[in-house]
Design a protein around this ligand. Structure first.
Ligand code: PLP
Length: 406
């Protein structure tokens, strides 16, 4: 049973008041709050077990290395990878996609090659591909969602040509909440011999993920949205792709031998993990993923589906609110604009006065904003600890905005 009161009790910050009101935290799409088990893992990581990893023989270094390396296995389990050596640890999705762009794509693409991506992508899954456009002359081929925000797999597959070298696609839009059927895209792309990178930053937060079932080549996650620390993250990289990759950053930990006129590299995944990593952040991510697996991602998904349904019903009763994106089965992410209301920032500021945290702006998705023809939205994004009562609180807050700004 999904015991929401107990779950909320696991997150100490939820007991806080903001401007004299109970915190109503609806900014999970930007970053989620941390359960006590994660805070404890961080405290233990620094307070009891801290030393650098991999390079020491003393007790603390061994403990720290063991705790850090154990997370690779936890991530493999969370993502359904068959081998923990397919998991590269890094600081978050931005670093992960940049690593793949430099280590794999740069080495495998040339002028005229094409990358298919959707206009719903976060800048983290756009700008690294612009680097290839600028530096190699690679062409970016954009696909657009339907009017309701849904994106059919065929739309993506139809954009593939004999020049396509990669499809880079989000599993869940951080603005519209659209869930993309990445499995069908991977199945179709594989038949055409095209690798697929899935940005799982939002997807892995809202639903169970199994990278073997999806059939993707790359799947990237960021720890802070998964109720873990910022500065943590990981990429699943299919073994064949890893074997095709050159190192990303050079330095300690990623080498076998270095001499004056030669260098040899460690085996993957270490080959892609130069320098001292986010040791305690990664250990905290391990605690967060174990917490999520204990709750059961299918239970989290069911709880959030109920919130999404309830929130959609409540929004449909307000004819002065526009919700961007209404794709069937969308995640509980609602980007809002109000008739007559000045800027989305005004909404966010007024809601904050009532203790309600939402994000206003372009959400690092400017091509999508251009596609929608809006400058900015106020985004309410729900997480595993939110409640129907908080949907009601949001609606009351929006009614106040409507009165003040409308
Ligand atoms: N991709 C998506 C879909 C996101 O929502 C985000 C963060 O908002 C990112 C990528 C970037 O994640 P990070 O800033 O943690 O690297």
């Amino acid at each position: 049973m999904y015991d929401i009161d107990k779950i909320r009790g696991d997150f100490p910050i939820l007991a806080r008041q903001i401007n004299g009101y109970p915190l109503c935290y609806l900014d999970n799409g930007a970053s989620a709050q941390k359960p006590q088990v994660v805070i404890d893992a961080i405290t233990r990581g620094y307070g009891e077990d801290y030393a650098n990893v991999h390079r020491g023989l003393h007790t603390l270094s061994n403990i720290s290395t063991e705790n850090y390396e154990a997370v690779r296995g936890i991530i493999a389990r969370f993502l359904g990878a068959k081998d923990e050596r397919e998991i590269v640890l890094h600081s978050g999705t931005t670093e992960g996609i940049n690593m793949i762009a430099y280590s794999w794509a740069m080495a495998h693409m040339q002028a005229g090659d094409e990358i298919v991506l959707s206009v719903m992508e976060h800048h983290a899954n756009i700008v690294p591909w612009h680097f290839l456009r600028e530096r190699l002359g690679v062409k970016l081929v954009w696909v657009e969602p339907e009017a309701d925000g849904s994106l059919a797999p065929e739309t993506v597959l139809n954009a593939i040509t004999n020049k396509t070298r990669l499809v880079a696609i989000t599993q869940c839009s951080n603005v519209l909440g659209t869930i993309v059927d990445v499995k069908s895209i991977c199945t179709g792309a594989r038949k055409l011999g095209v690798p697929v990178l899935v940005d799982g930053s939002q997807g892995a937060v809202h639903m169970p993920v199994n990278v073997q079932d999806i059939g993707c080549d790359f799947y990237v996650i960021t720890g802070h949205k998964l109720y873990g620390p910022s500065g943590s993250g990981a990429s699943f990289i299919r073994r064949e792709r890893m074997d095709e990759m050159v190192p990303f950053m050079g330095g300690g930990d990623m080498i076998r031998d270095v001499c004056r006129d030669a260098v040899t590299y460690a085996d993957p995944p270490m080959k892609f993990e130069a320098g001292t990593p986010g040791i305690v952040q990664t250990i905290g991510l391990g605690a967060a993923l174990e917490y999520l697996m204990d709750l059961g991602m299918e239970n989290v998904a069911a709880h959030e589906a109920d919130l999404a349904k309830y929130a959609s019903e409540r929004f449909s009763g307000l004819n002065w609110v526009q919700v961007q994106g209404n794709a069937p089965g969308k995640a509980a992410i609602f980007s809002l604009t109000l008739d007559g209301a000045g800027h989305a920032h005004d909404l966010s500021t007024i809601l904050d006065k009532k203790g309600i945290a939402v994000r206003a702006g372009h959400h690092c998705a400017q091509p999508l904003m251009q596609h929608l023809g809006v400058q900015a939205t106020a985004r309410a994004s729900f997480g595993l600890y939110n409640t129907r009562a908080e949907v009601d609180t949001l609606i009351e807050g929006l009614e106040l905005c409507h009165r003040l700004l409308g």
